[in-house]
Design a protein around this ligand. Structure first.
Ligand code: ADP
Length: 270
């Protein structure tokens, strides 16, 4: 629904003109809708794994005398429950971010350290697929924000880059200071994203290929979380992609002005 909601007021200007003032309430209506849609989306997304857990538990019960079958169903049950755990955690994270207007406890954050943490978290999965993560030079860049949220955002981008790449390829992560902002870029040589879907990948629960994403454990929430974290930091996130050759995601956040007394993180980075 793209309709607009305005509150209209009249004001006079001298004796000859009447001014029509229209306050745009569209945003408030939209947010309300976003919240209602979110609950509907979440219920829908939870239904499938919950049903699967029920069916697998039944199958397990009936296969009690066949060890091979028990093993198979137990494995799938564990997989579904891991997926459910991840899904609920991301739902909680996203709803918190959607409700939050300002950052709770902003502090100076060392961006090089954020990138290092995010890469470290993806190290094992990348290594298992023979994917090398190549990181650029340290920059000493600082932003105001919440370190755990920024790590989560970069982690999600790196995890996707690894997840949507073929074995043995490279993922590049770089930081640069540019025009008063800090840019974090994650590049992969993976499957890429069709042009028609580029605008939609940041929507919650959107997946380019539903079946494939489900198999890889994708929830469709990773990029929605990235978008909200970055917006809460006064920044933005963009994507470039070419189907079949790879994708580049760039997070941009305003750079913190250099403090008079550098905090320990700043001196450690130089
Ligand atoms: P998911 O948990 O499914 O990965 P995301 O919100 O992180 O959810 O991403 C949404 C969709 O965007 C994914 O399902 C995938 O189709 C696509 N996508 C995200 N990152 C990449 C990437 N680096 N390369 C190719 N496709 C991607």
């Amino acid at each position: 629904d793209a309709s607009a909601h305005f509150r209209v007021r009249l004001a006079t200007l001298g004796t000859r003109y009447v001014l029509l003032l229209a306050d745009d309430h569209t945003e408030a209506f939209r947010l309300d809708e976003v919240r209602r849609d979110f609950v509907a989306n979440v219920s829908h997304e939870l239904k499938t794994p919950i049903a699967a857990v029920g069916l697998l538990a039944e199958a397990l019960d009936q296969a009690a005398d066949e060890p091979v079958q028990v093993r198979r169903f137990a494995d799938r049950l564990m997989g579904e429950s891991r997926r459910l755990a991840r899904l609920t955690q991301e739902i909680i994270e996203l709803s918190r971010l959607q409700a939050q207007e300002a950052l709770a406890t902003p502090e100076l954050v060392d961006v090089d350290a954020v990138v290092a943490d995010a890469i470290e978290q993806n190290h094992v999965v990348a290594a298992a697929a023979g994917i090398s993560i190549v990181v650029g030079k340290k920059t000493g860049a600082l932003v105001y924000g919440e370190q755990p949220l920024l790590v989560m955002a970069v982690h999600n981008l790196v995890a996707n880059a690894v997840n949507y790449s073929s074995n043995g390829s490279r993922v590049g992560v770089g930081v640069r200071r540019h025009k008063g902002a800090v840019e974090i870029t994650v590049t992969d040589q993976g499957v890429g994203i069709p042009e028609v879907d580029l605008d939609r990948v940041f929507e919650r629960f959107f997946r380019v290929d539903d079946a494939r994403a489900r198999n890889t454990g994708g929830t469709g929430l990773g990029l929605a979380i990235v978008k909200h974290v970055v917006q809460n930091h006064g920044g933005d996130v963009r994507v470039w992609s070419q189907l079949g050759s790879g994708s580049t995601f760039t997070i941009r956040v305003p750079e913190a002005p250099l403090p008079l007394t550098p905090p320990p993180t700043a001196s450690a980075a130089t």
